[in-house]
Design a protein around this ligand. Structure first.
Ligand SMILES: CC[C@H](C(=O)O)C(=O)SCCNC(=O)CCNC(=O)[C@H](O)C(C)(C)COP(=O)(O)OP(=O)(O)OC[C@H]1O[C@@H](n2cnc3c(N)ncnc32)[C@H](O)[C@@H]1OP(=O)(O)O
Length: 251
């Protein structure tokens, strides 16, 4: 199995479990997210946490060894659409969703983290929307969510620089809710959250959901997915992916 779903102390935790491939997302991990959402929507829980195995990577985005086989816009769109719906449902869960970044997040990994309400980033982690280096945009809704999360200039810079940021930079630009240096920092974050009744947390999430419904968040995500699928079909994208895969094979 490429993932784990566990519940402890009313916290439902989803762990991406593909450390050997830097926790890249494939269809099995997507199915795990769909299972998580179903369970979270049916359970009396306080929070959802999304994390991953190991310390090197939270998530390295789409599994290029699989998705490189998607060549045309029509072939790419269903995969992008499926994961965009996963992230939208994560975004709109009725409870706070915390991304616990155990390591680096790049590409779609940053999209997953940005779909969460909070991002606890370990000090050694480096994160970046590197999709631009593959000649595509974000394609799972993460660019749309970033514009919801950061001031316009900070969001646009993070997307168009297409580089990894250090945890200090992520704290400075506001993407990291908190940089965590030790387990106690994580414990303290939840201890602070636990001071407030779950009903209050849920009520504030419903206020956010109403804003997103009124400003057509879903429609904006769908437009992002369409644009990414269009760029996906270009030679520049396929050449960039092949370059990564060839580099990997030659090392
Ligand atoms: C809409 C979202 C969009 C999509 O495609 O769906 C994206 O997510 S675009 C972005 C896709 N992801 C990437 O381009 C990242 C590629 N990976 C890296 O840049 C690095 O692996 C990094 C920075 C995540 C970690 O670097 P590190 O030096 O720690 O590890 P290695 O590069 O040596 O990787 C170890 C091992 O894992 C394989 N690997 C890593 N990431 C992926 C991936 N995303 N897909 C497939 N395989 C991946 C890498 O090839 C190495 O394999 P090995 O056989 O051991 O050489």
């Amino acid at each position: 199995m490429s993932y784990k779903i566990e519940i402890s102390e009313q916290i439902m935790t989803y762990t991406i479990d593909r450390p050997e491939i830097r926790n890249a997302i494939n269809s099995d991990v997507m199915a795990g997210f769909e299972e998580l959402i179903q369970k979270a929507e049916e359970s009396e829980i306080r929070y959802v946490v999304i994390t991953a195995t190991g310390t090197k990577a939270f998530c390295s985005g789409g599994d290029l060894s699989v998705f490189h086989e998607l060549k045309t816009e029509a072939e790419a769109y269903p995969m992008l659409k499926r994961m965009s719906e996963v992230l939208y449902r994560i975004k709109t869960l009725p409870v706070p969703v915390i991304a616990l970044l155990n390591g680096s997040a790049v590409g779609g990994g940053c999209e997953i983290a940005t779909a969460c309400d909070y991002r606890l980033v370990t000090a050694h982690a480096k994160c970046g929307f590197i999709q631009g280096t593959l000649a595509i945009t974000s394609g799972w809704g993460g660019g749309t969510y970033l514009f919801e999360t950061l001031p316009h200039d900070k969001a646009l810079l993070m997307l168009t620089e297409a580089r990894v940021y250090t945890s200090d930079e992520l704290e400075a630009n506001g993407w990291a809710t908190k940089v965590v240096h030790k387990e106690e920092d994580i414990h303290n974050f939840f201890a602070s959250m636990n001071k407030i009744r779950p009903e209050v947390h849920r009520a504030y999430k419903s206020i956010a959901k109403r804003k997103w419904q009124e400003n057509d968040l879903k429609g904006r995500v769908d437009a992002e997915v369409r644009k990414c699928a269009e760029l996906w079909a270009e030679d520049a994208h396929h050449e960039a992916v092949e370059s990564f895969l060839n580099k990997s094979q030659n090392t």
